[in-house]
Design a binder for this molecule. Structure first.
Ligand SMILES: Cc1cc2nc3c(=O)[nH]c(=O)nc-3n(C[C@H](O)[C@H](O)[C@H](O)COP(=O)(O)O)c2cc1C
Length: 204
């Protein structure tokens, strides 16, 4: 019998939050995930606009069990969110925040908030490992502080999921569908972020 431990691949979950397919955040996310995959990570990308995720009803149906009573795609996504070693969330800025698809998914993690803060149980399936999260975004304007409200939301969500915020990859002044391709470094930068994430070399 071999005494070698089986190799467990790092699981990286990409979440595409834009309702526009093949848009700017989709392309950035694809590059991050390609970078992670090229460094041996097991990757999976989910497209929120293709899923059935209702908004949280604040029915408190999860308050005693940590299990959401709404029967839709969030049921399996909760498991993916708890199993992932790292999460890359991509959402463009809509009215200074994340998209409705992204916010619905985030709000439905209230059941995981209950697991952490009410039941005082670990949210991560492998609580010994440090989980990291990255936020990928673009906005059409060049407003100062454009990404700050969304980053605050994402940080709050990552904290609930027992994920350390490892930084953001954000670009302002990107509005039309594929404008990100005109940016001199964005896609290369995205690829290298994915490589670093898989290699355990994220700076924070
Ligand atoms: C409903 C809606 C709201 C938006 N709100 C903002 C905003 O508040 N600030 C901004 O800079 N861009 C805003 N935009 C522009 C998008 O962020 C921009 O088009 C982005 O490139 C879309 O990313 P995607 O290609 O990944 O979908 C908005 C776009 C839509 C459709």
């Amino acid at each position: 019998m071999s005494d070698k431990k089986p190799v467990t691949l790092l699981k990286i979950l990409g979440i595409a939050g834009s309702p526009r397919r093949d848009g700017n955040t989709d392309h950035l996310l694809q590059q991050v995930i390609a970078g992670a995959s090229s460094h041996g990570a097991e990757t999976k990308t989910i497209i929120l606009s293709e899923l059935n995720i209702a908004p949280c009803r604040h029915c408190d149906g999860c308050i005693k069990t940590g299990k959401c009573v709404v029967d839709d795609d969030m049921q399996w996504l909760h498991i993916d969110l708890r199993e992932a070693d790292h999460i890359v969330l991509a959402s463009p800025i809509f009215f200074m925040g994340v998209t409705a698809q992204t916010k619905a998914m985030i709000d439905r993690c209230q059941a995981l908030w209950v697991i952490k803060y009410v039941l005082k149980l670990p949210v991560a399936i492998n609580p010994g490992k440090e989980r990291k999260g990255i936020f990928v975004s673009v906005g059409g304007t060049r407003l100062r502080n454009l990404f700050e409200p969304a980053i605050a939301t994402v940080k709050s969500w990552f904290t609930t999921l027992d994920i350390s915020y490892a930084g953001e990859l954000v670009f302002s002044g990107i509005d039309e569908r594929e404008t990100i391709h005109l940016h001199p470094t964005a896609l290369k930068h995205a690829l290298s972020i994915g490589q670093k994430l898989a290699a355990g070399n994220m700076p924070r």
